[in-house]
Design a protein around this ligand. Structure first.
Ligand code: CND
Ligand code: ZN
Ligand code: ZN
Length: 375
């Protein structure tokens, strides 16, 4: 019985063979977990813009790669030395690990664990991958690779959550919700009565709105070029929504006029240089704070007028909403179970895993917020 746990598992996974190719469902082999590793059976995984960025090159990845990073699963087996999870535990794989010993993990002010993989390393700590397909190694994506029936992660990249949590909802704590909510609460530190503007009304932007509302913002202005996003943005707390295409002047000027020049906080949840600068220009020239949440396109430089920060604005960014994942995620899920958050407006579609292509098509046509794939 014990030996059964340590067999290679053959299963279905969505493999990206190279840039600008679609995710292709293949049979892959998933090796057993080595020491301090955990093999997880994935139950549900959301589709995030970052998974699409791996296909365009905006997010670095080592090909061939199994994408996906926002999921819930059950621990299938554990390697030697693993103590924080056991087979049968309901878990969330962690895009941002918490190893507990690096400089960031030891600092109370950082969640940027050195084990994070945002550069497309694609391998676990021993320098190898646990996946093969057609005799070739297939690489890991952001320590997680959740577009697979089974995945292997390091113990620092997985956390146990409430066994009763519904997998097809709480997978959003694996990225969108935690990222957006934390950007407002932890990074922006939105204050009661303040005015906020959120650029980009996808799963991350809507989660920022939920955070701004929870922090007591008096006005939350959603900004998106796709007006089909406005209804759900308002449902989660946006007080107004505007479309830059409806104006000839820069949206920073529009926001200034709408608010008597008093936007305290802006958030960029799109991932374009020009909107990052526009969001910066949109917060108050002195006391304003602007948070970069969207993935900056890889290998590119941004130019901006330094006067924008010289006058006193604060410009910051965050990965995964600043949460220390192993400590904080179980508490966020517990808050969800206590009905503190409602994720229903964020999830527009639930599809079986083999419909992954439809999920990406809807994301790229602007028809979905979050599509959750179930196994
Ligand atoms: P999604 O694509 O669902 O939403 C982006 C929204 O931006 C869409 O509604 C678009 O219509 C809108 N948009 C596009 N161009 C413009 C524009 N010029 N002006 C205004 N609106 C525009 O993306 P998502 O919500 O899944 O992710 C948002 C970003 O956050 C994306 O860059 C993703 O890669 C990134 C992200 C960051 C982190 C982190 O830890 N910082 C974690 N996950 C995702
Ligand atoms: Zn660490
Ligand atoms: Zn994501």
């Amino acid at each position: 019985m014990f030996l059964l746990f340590f067999q290679v598992i053959k299963c279905k996974a969505a493999v990206l063979w190279g840039l600008k190719q679609p995710y292709s469902i293949e049979e892959v082999e998933v090796a057993p977990p080595k020491a301090y590793e955990v093999r997880i059976k994935i139950l549900a995984t959301g589709i995030c813009r970052t998974d699409n960025n791996a296909t365009t090159g905006a997010m670095p990845a080592k090909f061939p790669v199994i994408g996906g990073h926002e999921a819930t699963g059950i621990v299938e087996s554990i390697g030697e030395g693993v103590t924080t999870v056991k087979p049968g535990d309901k878990v969330i794989p962690l895009v941002v690990p918490q190893c507990g010993i690096c400089s960031a993990c030891k600092s109370p002010n950082s969640n940027y664990c050195e084990k994070i993989d945002v550069t497309g390393r694609g391998v676990l700590s021993d320098g190898t991958s646990r996946f093969t397909c057609k005799g070739k190694p297939v690489y890991h994506f952001m320590n997680t690779s959740t577009f697979s029936e089974y995945t292997v992660v390091e113990e620092s990249s997985v956390v146990k959550i409430d066994a009763a949590a519904p997998p097809e909802k709480v997978c959003l704590f694996g990225c969108a919700f935690s990222t957006g909510y934390g950007a407002a609460i932890n990074t922006g530190k939105v204050t009661p009565g303040s005015i906020c503007a959120v650029f980009g009304l996808g799963g991350v932007g809507l989660s920022i709105i939920i955070g701004c509302k929870a922090a007591g913002a008096s006005r939350i202005i959603g900004v998106d070029i796709n007006p089909r996003k406005f209804e759900r943005a308002k449902a989660v707390g946006a007080t107004e929504c505007i479309n830059p295409k409806d104006y000839t002047k820069p949206i920073s000027e529009v926001l200034k006029e709408m608010t008597d020049n008093s936007v305290g906080y802006t958030f960029e949840a799109i991932g374009h240089h020009h909107t990052m600068v526009e969001a910066l220009a949109s917060c108050h020239m002195n006391y304003g704070t602007s948070v970069v949440v969207g993935d900056p396109p890889a290998s590119s430089m941004l130019t901006y007028d330094p006067m924008l920060v010289f006058t006193g604005r604060t410009w910051k960014g965050c990965i995964f909403g600043g949460w220390k994942t192993k400590n904080d995620l179980p508490k966020l899920v517990a808050d969800y179970m206590a009905k503190k958050f409602d994720l229903d407006h964020l999830i527009t579609h639930v599809l079986p895993f083999n419909k992954i292509k439809d999920g990406f098509d809807m994301l790229n046509k602007g028809e979905s917020i979050r599509t959750v794939l179930t196994f």
